[in-house]
Design a protein around this ligand. Structure first.
Ligand code: SAH
Length: 400
């Protein structure tokens, strides 16, 4: 069975090609593998000079993996001269310098040299030597060219069938015009410039909304760089539709998702002020609402809370101390708490109203009765002196 990727409707051999001659091959396996390599690269004519094992050979058939036709048509000879009798041009492959006054070429050059001769109907042979000792000097002497491969000089000898595959590959590459059998499927045609420009316009409009192009004197360079990112990828029409959809989804999402609103930092601060004044620092006497409210606050942090939480979780000294955000303790909700340390951290906004300050005092009294330490951090300090703020927290945790 020829195997995956094989199109059985295609001709077996791509056209006339050189004859492959194996001199004194020792292993049937190598003959089979060489036949397979020949079939892969459009060669069909195999000649064997005194193979060491019985012929036909089961191991050869096994390794040929379906290239049986080449083995069936292989012709046996008693001598190399007999095998080359009808050939007008012969190449001898070898890893060794034979010190003969004979031109030496690589596999690609060999293919270029034989192509016009084969086109002209000549019979050309490429000769390969024995696994153990390669070709004898007098055998190389029969050739018009020596073919050798660029190899690691410390390990120059290839397996017989692998040497065949390289030579056959270069031959086929030349004859097929180096065309690959398939390429990436083009599912959607390339986007025309008009579509690309419309995409840039909407992308830039959305970026404008979030004041992305800053500072103003960089605007033009930024736009050009951005456009070039997308131009470089040579997008298809489908690519641009997808990207457009992505930009619009993000833009729509920012304006407010379909379910439930998200507050920005300022609105989140207003919510806290409102609760502080009207909730008296605590929430009604049931369990449910405290938790719901805590969750609401957690999802809508103020800018200061967000910054502090990020710094806290990134600080080696404080990570792992069990801090939580917007957590109910009894009926109170505390900005940050570490239950293991019994430490509450409260972010104090500037200009708190009298009612809010009273509520805060009640809350602290309630917490202190229950042995909580309280650390107050002014919003301003978090915004301007994060390093010192973290120091204060570290000290309050009793750390160094
Ligand atoms: N020990 C042997 C190598 C035999 S390998 C020697 O020294 O010649 C079997 C055959 O594979 C060689 O006779 C030759 O036809 C081919 N071959 C192996 N390595 C090669 C190389 N680097 N360049 C060209 N042909 C090579």
């Amino acid at each position: 069975m020829p195997g995956a990727g094989t199109d059985s409707s295609k001709d077996w051999a791509a056209g006339p090609g050189p004859v492959v001659v194996l001199v004194g091959p020792q292993l049937g396996e190598n003959i089979g593998a060489a036949a397979r390599a020949m079939a892969n690269f459009g060669l069909s004519r195999l000649r064997l000079v005194k193979p060491r094992q019985r012929w036909p050979n089961d191991k050869a058939r096994m390794m040929a993996a379906g290239a049986d036709r080449i083995l069936d048509d292989a012709v046996l000879f008693d001598s190399l001269t007999a095998a080359l009798a009808d050939c007008s041009f012969v190449l001898a492959t070898t890893a060794r310098a034979h010190d003969q006054a004979k031109r030496v070429v690589g596999a690609a050059a060999a293919a270029r040299e034989i192509a016009p001769r084969i086109d002209a109907g000549e019979t050309v042979a490429i000769v390969f030597g024995r696994e153990r000792n390669g070709l004898e000097n007098d055998e190389v002497a029969l050739a018009d060219r020596i073919v050798t491969l660029p190899v690691n000089p410390a390990f120059a000898s290839l397996n017989l069938a692998q040497a065949v595959v390289i030579v056959a590959y270069e031959w086929f590459k030349l004859k097929s015009g180096d065309l690959l059998p398939f390429s990436m499927p083009q599912k959607s045609p390339p986007a025309p410039k008009q579509q690309l420009l419309a995409f840039f316009a909407s992308l830039e409009r959305e970026l404008e909304q979030v004041e992305f192009f800053r500072p103003p004197d960089k605007r033009e360079t930024m736009q050009i760089n951005l456009r070039n990112i997308f131009t470089r990828m040579q997008p298809t029409q489908q690519d641009i539709q997808t990207l457009h959809g992505v930009i619009m989804a993000i833009a729509q999402g920012r304006k407010g998702p379909a379910r439930g609103g998200v507050l920005d930092g300022e609105e989140a601060a207003m919510l806290r002020a409102l609760l502080a004044e009207h909730g008296g620092g605590r929430v009604p006497n049931e369990r449910g609402p405290v938790r719901g409210l805590a969750r609401l606050l957690r999802r809508n942090p103020t800018d200061a809370e967000r910054a502090l939480w990020q710094a806290l979780t990134n600080d080696r000294r404080l990570a792992g101390r069990g801090f939580k955000r917007q957590t109910p303790i009894g009926q109170h909700i505390c900005d940050f708490v570490s239950f293991p340390l019994r430490l509450v951290i409260e972010v104090v906004p500037p200009d708190e109203s009298a009612a809010a300050a009273k509520a805060r005092a009640d809350k602290y009294a309630w917490l202190k009765e229950r042995n909580y330490k309280i650390l107050e951090l002014p919003t301003r300090a978090i915004e301007t002196e994060m390093a010192e703020t973290l120091e204060r927290i570290v000290r309050a945790t009793g750390g160094d």
